[in-house]
Design a protein around this ligand. Structure first.
Ligand code: ISE
Length: 343
């Protein structure tokens, strides 16, 4: 990668996540600035541009090819992620693509194949829990051997509600929400999923009787590990994510260090946020800081296209299980040397 005093970052998509990335780069990331923003909603793009001093675009490919843009953050709608990532690779622009990397494993594989052809990694995927201090503490505890051989991942992933008017499907819950937990499980256990089984229920009549907004997923992994994950996108009370790894000699569970317990007037309570932007703000800043630093090093070290591809293979098996009503196998391909993680 070329060294430079400041990386010009182009951000595609200025909805909630894209706007947060624009704000975080502008306010907190040394060595980078927002050079360009793009959205089909001109007023949203103009507002983000005004806030950050960036050039507004209404065409993603024009942003990608803009000479002031050295690297790209993709926060566009999920179905556009793979094509835009491939366009960035073709333009020689490193990219941080929000999860999921694609909406099909085949499209994610196209991104992997494009990087293999280039012979170098240029894609990071926005699995920001890798940068959450609470999740990192669990990973450290597991990798240190403190709890013995890891046996079981238990995940809770609850959204307060789905945006009003959103056309929710069971598949969208898997691709947009469950992918985080599928990645957390494989990352914390260090194993790949080989069989999944999904059950669920429709708790919210306006989504339709066939839309499982509450899903419970059981997973078996290559190394004998297991996972049990609850993903519920209409929990009402707030936004909450918990990850626990059960080992032979103990367990490690994410804390909620960001919110203190308050004891007063005979009660004990802890505030629970309403969405992921607040809960993972520390992680989003750390993710961007690490990504920019790795651009300057010329050595991307965050979650990569292979992680995005493996997660989508498991997600597609979950979608098959929702349809079949039974367990579904995952065929795990061999990991190319380009994606062999350093210890
Ligand atoms: C959303 O797209 C995110 O990435 C959030 O982290 C997740 O909690 C939420 O369920 C997704 O819809």
């Amino acid at each position: 990668m070329r060294s430079r005093s400041s990386w010009g970052i182009g951000v595609i998509g200025t909805g909630g996540m894209g706007t947060r990335h624009v704000e975080n780069i502008h306010r907190y990331i040394k060595g980078a600035h927002v050079a360009a923003v793009m959205d089909v909603d001109h007023s949203r793009a103009a507002h983000a541009a005004e806030e950050s001093g960036a050039q507004p675009f209404d065409n993603a490919h024009a942003l990608i090819h803009c000479p002031e843009v050295d690297a790209v953050v993709i926060a566009a709608p999920d179905p556009l992620h793979a094509e835009l990532t491939l366009a960035c690779l073709e333009a020689g622009k490193p990219v941080l693509c929000e999860k999921p990397l694609a909406t099909t494993a085949a499209d994610a594989r196209r991104v992997v194949d494009a990087e293999l052809t280039l012979g170098r990694r240029m894609v990071q995927v926005g699995f920001m829990r890798h940068y959450d201090p609470a999740h990192q503490a669990v990973k450290t505890a597991v990798d240190s051997g403190q709890i013995g051989r890891p046996l079981l991942f238990k995940g809770i992933h609850r959204n307060a509600q789905v945006a009003p008017g959103f056309d929710l499907t069971s598949d969208f819950v898997v691709l947009s929400s469950l992918t985080h937990d599928l990645e957390s499980a494989r990352w914390l256990l260090g194993q790949e999923a080989v069989e999944v089984y999904v059950s669920g229920t429709a708790t919210t009549p306006e989504f339709g009787p066939e839309v499982w907004d509450l899903q419970v997923v059981q997973i078996r992994f290559q190394g004998g590990g297991l996972a049990s994950i609850e993903v519920y996108v209409s929990a009402h009370y707030g936004y909450e994510v918990v990850a626990e790894v059960v080992g032979e000699r103990g367990t490690a569970t994410t804390g909620n260090g960001h919110a203190p317990w308050i004891r007063r007037e005979g009660t004990c309570s802890r505030p629970i946020g309403s969405d992921w932007l607040a809960r993972f703000q520390t992680a989003y800043v750390a993710e961007l800081r690490d990504w920019v630093a790795s651009l300057s090093r010329g050595d991307l070290s965050g979650p990569d296209a292979w992680d995005g591809y493996m997660t989508l293979l498991a997600a597609e098996a979950c979608i098959r299980s929702i349809r079949s009503g039974g367990p579904e196998r995952v065929t795990v391909p061999e990991r190319p040397p380009l994606y062999t993680r350093r210890a």
